[in-house]
Design a protein around this ligand. Sequence first.
Ligand code: UT7
Length: 332
Amino acid sequence: MRYSKISGIGHHVPETIITNEYLSTIMDTNDAWITERTGIKERRWINPDKDTVANMAAKASRMALQRAGLTEKDVEFIVFATITSDYYFPGSGVLLQRELGLEGIGALDIKNACSGFIYALSIADQFIKSGMYKTILVVGAEIQSSALDVSDRGRNTAVIFGDGAGAVVLRPSDKPGILSTHLHADGRFAEELYVKDPGGSRPNKERQPEQILDTSGFKVHMNGNQVFKHAVVRFMEVINEALAANNMKKEDIDLLVPHQANLRISQYIQEKLSLRDDQVYNNIMRYGNTTAASIPIAMSEAWAEGKIKENDVICLAAFGSGFTWASALIRW
Ligand code: UT7
């Protein structure tokens, strides 16, 4: 039986640190509100003169390849999760392929928001298990700072989101690495967390001329309360689904790496699963919510800090726009 295994992991975040204190100088917010409601203390925002989704992804990918003892030339396929591709189309997968000098290999883009990395991992897992590819780069990368409304009106989302990239290298193994993945969606809630424009369903003539030209139309709308309520339920469901599928109990989890949406959500899951602090990895304090990049950045940091060891059982779980939610159980 052929399985897939993560053989290297890396991440990259932009240099510029945006603190809660700085945000409170440009909009009506404050450190106490942000810390209490979300746990975030700072996040990274790109420098538009040098950072792109694809070049941050390339830096994360090179780190992952180097840690796997491989080079760019070994990569046979790219699965790229992002909702903030550098261009409206094509997706950033082909741009990463170009950055890495891998002309000709396939590149697939995934647009499943916060669950995007687990969806991408699941697809790559199937390609490895089927024998179609031997080395796949699975990437999550986002630049969200450019779409945030940093006026008072946008403060409920502007303080939450950040930029960054993470990547893993997936390779075949004769022992199970990715034990199972579980993917879900419920499109009835699409408009609870979405960016409406540029959307194909409304012809330009329905928009006012200033909306066509004004890129501030590209704004995140989030019904935070609704998202929060659904998130806590779905996170628990999808983690329990992963455990049940592998005949495991919550005590078997060595490290839970939840999508970094809100520290309160992570703490709620931790309490429900009765996990110790050292069994849950959080870095939302430093990076905010980086959507598809959040899980691979967190996994990469946890690995570098020695918190992920050979044979450990790692549980990934995510919830976000769509709504989509997903989990993966991994034997490292
Ligand atoms: O990764 C995708 C998934 N996303 C999530 O999982 C996000 C889930 N939702 C959340 O994390 C929370 O709903 C938020 C952190 C977004 C908001 O927290 P909340 O406790 O749900 O606050 P709220 O939206 O109910 O707002 C409470 C108050 C409001 O004022 P009033 O109406 O009570 O006077 C807001 O206007 O807080 C106000 N507020 C702010 N105040 C200071 C909203 N944003 C801010 C802000 N600074 N940045």
